[in-house]
Every structure is written in C-alpha cells, then in structure tokens.
Write a protein that binds this ligand. Structure first.
Ligand SMILES: [Zn+2]
Ligand SMILES: [Zn+2]
Length: 460
C-alpha cells in the first residue's frame, strides 16, 4: 500500500505478511477514513476498489518526515503571498498539442479564479510561480512516477515551490471517456499548488482519487469553501484578470497583504527563530515582528525591550530550545529567557555558556530533528553544538558552510522550519535547503528569493 499508509506496497504487505496485523488494520482504518469509507479495518471490496483507483500522488499523511512532497505546513494552510500568480508549461505532453494543453490548463486555473480572489497569467518563458511539466519515471530529486495507472500526477504546496508534474505515461485526453481527463486532474493539482490538501469529501475536486471523465466537472462547495478560506472570495473588480482571458497586463502588481514596514525595505534581518509551530519571529534592530504564514501579524513591529525586558536591540542570533527557553546572542554575550522573563542572571559570556562557540555570531538554528543540537554560523564556518555530549563541540568542527551546496558565507539568520526545510537569510534574500540532500533546493522561481515578498508579504 502506498501514499503514506504503510511503507511497503500493499500487495507485498498482504502476500508476505511483513506487517503485524495491528499495523495493517490501523493502516486500513486510516485509509478508509481518508476515503469516506466506513472505518472498519477490514479490507473489503469497496476498500480494495478505492485502492486501485488512479489517483493523485500527493500524500495524505502529513506527519511523515520522509514525505518530501507535502509537509505538515500544508495543514496550516500554506498559501501564496500574492493573489496574482503566473504559471508556465515548460514541458508538454506526448499526447496532446501544446495549444490544447495550454487551453485546458488555462481552464483548470479559471476553475479556481472564478471563485477565489486569484488571477493567473500564463508565461511562455522565464520564471513563473507555478511550473508545469509532463514527466516520466525519475524526473527530479523527489519520488519518481510509476508508469501507467495508479499515480497520475503530483504537485508541491506553495511553500515547496508550487510546481505540478503530470505522469506522461498516462494517456491524457480532452472531452473524452477514454484516457485520463487533463482538465480534471489539472484542476486537482492546481488546488495543491495553491495550498489545499486532500479533501475527505468524495464530491470534491480535491478528493484524492480520480473517478473518470465528468462532462459536468466543476468545483464542489467543499473546494470553494476551502479556497476562499485561503484567498478570500472573488472580488468583482478583478474579473478582467480571470485565468481564461489573460492578457499581458503590466499593471498587475500583486496586492499588499501586509502593511509597509521597515522590514520591507531593510537590506537584511538580524535574527529569526520559531516561536511555536505556527509563528516565526524576526528581529530587526530594536524591533521584532511576528510572522503568520507569509505575512506580518497585525500589531507588529513591537519593541524588543517590551517583548523581552532586559534584552538589547541589534542581536546577532536567536533560537528557541526544546525546553521552551529562548537564547539570544550579541557580541560575546548571551541571554536566556523563559517565555518573556529573563531566566536568571544574564547576560553571560558565550565562552562560558557555549564552550567552543565563537563571539560575534552571524546566525544560529535549532536542529529540529534532534532535541538538543544547535547550529551556529559565523563567517564561512558552522559549528554543531550538542550540550549532551562532552565536549559539546566535536573536534571536527567548525566546518565550511560551502559543505551545504549553493549556500553563501556570511549569512544573517537561519531557521529550521516545522515544515522540514531549513531557511538561510542573507541580505534581502533567502535560500531554502533540503535537510536530506544538504543542498540549496532547485526550484522555480530559483533561490535565493526575495525575503520581503515571500516571507513578509511586502508589496513588490
Ligand atoms: Zn492530490
Ligand atoms: Zn514530480
């Protein structure tokens, strides 16, 4: 069985009894509940039939760290920080004329832009928000396609680039009962690109399985409700930007989703850390900003001295430890806070509290995969610090930042996000690093990207 229920193939699991009965039963129950079936744990005919339906390759279980396609962030409602998106078909299908593909893809986008406050503009060249490709088998660093049937396509959530891949071993068709309907599958995948996860509602476009050609295909109430929750309902005055009739309009600058602030014009940030699963805090001079998904939370910035009494401005680096305490670094000193209260007699010397770690740090980051490991960055080097080992810094450190392929020296701030990615900030740009490959992700638009528009929701 696939798609996050059991690691091995379903047939393998049954024929070779590789799994304990409990595991298998639980996996079946979970599968059934995801598919609107009665959650009995029994592999009955209805369940088997559902399993063999062709489907989308985006996974349903979001708590699996192995899942590179959709992260838990998706459940938090990852979305684009602009409502005017561009897309580009950069690799066409062997089954359909490019102009037919263009037309069907435009129709699929208009399914969403008709109901939500979104517009889509096709591009013929250059970078676009959403890159669309027809691919086969291995086609990148993520999971390969599986040939005809079963997985039809997959897509990445906005935080992971928003790209869409169709399995071109499927026979893609238009207005036909034969083959696989491109419009229907494209509409579903675009839903993921816009930030929607799978729906439990079988009538929804975002339901995970494909039920064959539907001549009256349209979004369900569930889809409309969910997309409007992310982007708001369609506003009347924007009908001229509808996906179906995109004209190259140079006046379509993205709307502001956050107030202009110093953060938007700043050449860099001082520090960033994850306050809790839903919010990130950014430090700039004597102010701090709370970020909600891709924008600044209302009521910010606030003074650092109000948020953390006793803490100076212009801090170098910060991280929140798994014990709930937050550490701030500046020059050769550090401060420890429990919540908003200073946690004892601080500041103290970095050399006392963090032996082996230098002063005047550039950045630090809690390594989320370990409860205790912290990364420190300075100049062209980084240190791994584990207080549970002696010494906390192994003799093999520091190591060159260039070990992380594509990442420059002298970064300003770093964050290991709950979505599993590591983000490095330098100047007014940021880099996303894949924790498994330790390289800067290849994506479209490429990294580094502008921090102000992708993180702070600033006007371009
Ligand atoms: Zn899907
Ligand atoms: Zn792919």
């Amino acid at each position: 069985m696939r798609y996050g229920y059991l690691k091995e193939d379903y047939k393998t699991a049954v024929s070779e009894s590789l799994h304990k009965d409990n595991d298998f039963q639980e996996a079946i129950m979970e599968y059934q509940s995801f598919n609107g079936l009665k959650s009995t744990g029994v592999l009955d005919a209805a369940t088997t039939e559902m399993m063999w339906r062709p489907r989308c390759g985006v996974k349903d279980k979001h708590n699996n760290t192995q899942d590179t396609i959709v992260h838990s962030y998706a459940l938090l409602g990852s979305r684009w920080n602009t409502k005017r998106l561009t897309y580009r078909v950069s690799k066409y299908s062997q089954w359909l004329e490019p102009k037919v593909v263009d037309r069907e893809i435009a129709k699929a986008f208009s399914m969403w832009s008709r109901h939500a406050d979104l517009s889509f503009k096709p591009k013929k060249a250059g970078p676009a928000h959403i890159d669309i490709r027809f691919e086969k088998d291995e086609h990148g660093s993520h999971e390969p396609f599986d040939g005809p049937g079963n997985e039809l396509a997959h897509a990445f959530m906005p935080e992971n680039g928003g790209d869409i891949h169709f399995d071109d071993t499927e026979h893609w068709t238009v207005n036909s009962k034969n083959g696989t309907n491109l419009l229907q599958v494209a509409t579903h995948e675009i839903g993921h690109s816009l930030g929607l996860s799978h729906s439990y509602d079988q009538s929804a476009v975002m339901f995970r399985s494909y039920f064959g050609y539907d001549p009256n295909f349209q979004l369900s109430r569930d889809d409309i409700f969910r997309i409007q929750r992310l982007y708001g309902p369609k506003t009347r005055n924007e009908s001229s930007h509808d996906g179906d009739h995109n004209i190259d309009n140079t006046n379509t600058s993205p709307p502001s989703v956050a107030k202009d602030s110093e953060l938007c014009t700043s050449k860099n940030i001082d520090a960033i850390f994850q306050m809790d699963e839903n919010s990130t805090v950014v430090f700039l001079r004597n102010k701090y900003y709370k970020l909600l998904q891709n924008e600044v939370a209302p009521g910010y910035p606030k003074d650092i001295s109000d948020g953390w009494p006793g803490l100076p401005g212009n801090i170098d680096a910060a991280f929140k430890y798994e014990n709930g305490k937050t550490y701030f670094f500046q020059g050769n000193k550090y401060w420890r806070y429990r919540g908003r209260q200073i946690d004892g007699d601080y500041p103290r010397e970095i050399s006392d509290g963090f032996p082996g770690i230098p002063s005047n740090l550039n950045a630090t980051m809690l390594w989320r995969n370990s409860n205790s490991t912290v990364y420190f960055f300075k100049g062209s080097k980084f240190w791994l610090y584990d207080p549970n080992t002696t010494p906390p810094v192994k003799p093999s450190y520091p190591k060159p930042i260039s070990n992380i392929e594509g990442l420059p020296d002298q970064i300003d701030a770093a964050l290991h996000h709950p979505n599993g990615n590591m983000y490095f900030f330098k100047g007014d740009k940021y880099y996303r690093v894949n924790e498994k490959s330790s390289t800067v992700d290849h994506s479209e638009p490429p990294y580094p990207r502008r921090t102000a528009s992708w993180w702070f929701g600033c006007k371009n």
